[in-house]
Ligand binder design. Sequence first.
Ligand code: FAD
Length: 505
Amino acid sequence: MNAPDGTLHTDFLVLGSGIAGLRAALGLSRHGAVLVVTKDQPSESNTGYAQGGVAVAIGADDDTRLHLDDTVSAGAGIVSGAAARVLVEEGPERIRELASWGARFDREDGRYHFTREGAHSRNRVLHALGDATGWEMVRALLERAHRTEAIAVRSFACSTDLLVRDGIARGCRFLDEPGSETAVLARATLLATGGAGRVFAETTNPPVATGDGAAMAQRAGAALLDMEFVQFHPTALAVEGAPRFLISEAVRGEGAYLRNAAGERFTDELAARDRVARAIVRENREGRGPVSLDLRHLDAERVRTRFPRIAATCRRYGIDITRDPVPVTPAAHYVMGGVATDLHGRSTLRGLYAAGEAAGTGVHGANRLASNSLLEGLVFGARAAEGIADHAMGSIREELQRRCWQALGLERDGSSLASLERWLDERRQAAPTRPADRAAAEDRNLLDVASAMAASARFREESRGSHYRTDFPSPDERFHGHTLLEAGAPRLVDVETPVPEGARC
Ligand SMILES: Cc1cc2nc3c(=O)[nH]c(=O)nc-3n(C[C@H](O)[C@H](O)[C@H](O)COP(=O)(O)OP(=O)(O)OC[C@H]3O[C@@H](n4cnc5c(N)ncnc54)[C@H](O)[C@@H]3O)c2cc1C
C-alpha cells in the first residue's frame, strides 16, 4: 500500500531474496501482505551460486543423530545444541516440502543421489542439476513466490537503514535509484540479507554479499553474535584476473586430490574446511605452491555430468578439468556470525528478525559443516515466519491496549489523542485486508474501534460524564449533543434524534 507521502505500508517486510528470505516470505504470505525488498535481480544471492548441495539426513543409511554429531563436532565446541537439533530434525520436512514445490534434486536409479563432503560421516549431500543446487532451490522458491498473490518483490532496491521508533523496528529505508529514497513501514522486519564475504580481498561471494543486515542491525541497536568466525573455503579458482569462482567441496567428495607444485598430496582432502585451507596456505608459504586440484584420475564423463557448471567456467579460463590441474586458493566463503537471534528468528530489537546467513543462532558454532547453510536458510526461514506470525500479531494487541490505556483512558487530552490516532492510522493501513485467523480478525477490529473512539474523543473538546479531557475540564454547551461518526469524520447531532431521518434505512 502507498501512502500519499510515498511511504509504503506492508504487514511484513523481508529484506533479501535468497533461500532464507523467500522461504520466510512464503510462510508469512499466509498471514498478510509481504514485501520482499532485494538489492539486485531476485536470483542474485549467495544461494544462487551454491553448488555442492544441501546436507539432509534422509538417506537409507543416515540418521538425524549422525548429522547432529557431525554438525556439533565441526563447530569446535560452541555449537548451540538446540539450534543444531532444530536444523537436522526439521531439515528433512523442509526438503520434502521444497521438492513438492518443484525443486528437482538429482536422482540415480530413481532414488535421490547423495554425495560426500568434508567432515560428514555419511553421504548426505543432496544436489540438483549436478552442481547448481542453490540455483535450482531458489528457482523453485521464486516461482512459487511469484505465483503467491500476497507477495510483492521490489528488485534493485537496496535497504540502507532500519526505521526504529520507541525501541521498535518498524521497517526500513531503501534506495531504488540514485538519490531516490523510499520508506517502508511494516509490523515486522526480517533481515535475510546473506553474508559478508566482500569484506575480504579473496572471496567466493557475489558482489551483493556486503554484510548489510548485520551492519543495519548494529546501527539500530541489535546485538550481533560470533562475528569473528568466518569460514574460508579451501578451493576457489586461482586464475589471475578471474573472480574467485568456487570449486565445490563435492569435487573432493567425488575423489579429487589436492597436490602441491611437486605433485604431492599434502592433506586429507575431506578434513574440515579450516584445516584444508590452512594446509594450502602452509604449502604456499613454505614455497611448495601453487596448489591445484587434480581430477584427472576420475572418470571424465562422470566429472562432466556431475560438475557441468564448474567444467564450463574453468573452460572459459582455458582449463579442461578432466585433463588439467585446476589452480586453487582459499577464499572467504561464509560468516558463521550474524544478527543474534533465538530459534524463531527474534533479534534483541523488538520488531526485528533475522534468518539465514545474516543471522547468528549459534547453529554452526565456530565452523560450519559443509552444505549446512542451504538447509539453515530453509529451516530458519520457515521458523522466522512462524515466529513473526505469532509474535508480531500478538504484540500489536498488547501495544494497542497499552497506548489506548494511556491516551484514551480515564484522562484524555488533545495532543495524546492526536498521536494515538496517527499510530492507529499507520497500523490500520498495514492491517491485512483478509485476516487469516480469528486473532488477526480481532486485531483489525480493535484497531478500527479504537480509532473511532480516539477520533470522537478528540472531537469532543469538553468533559462530560465518562469523557474527561484535562485540556477541557468542564462541560461546554457547544457539545450538548451526540457525536455521530461517519466515514471517519465526527460531527455533533441532536440529543433526541441522533440518527437523522434521512440516514435511516
Ligand atoms: C559460491 C558459493 C557456493 C556455496 N555452496 C554451498 C553449498 O553447496 N551448500 C550450502 O549449504 N551452502 C553453500 N554456500 C553458502 C550458501 O549459499 C549461503 O550461506 C546461503 O545460500 C545464504 O542464504 P541467505 O538466504 O541467507 O542469503 P543469500 O542467498 O546471500 O541472499 C541474500 C539476499 O539479500 C539481498 N540483499 C543483501 N543486502 C541487501 C540490502 N541492503 N537490501 C536489499 N537486499 C539485500 C541479496 O541481494 C540477496 O538477494 C555457498 C556460497 C557461495 C558463495
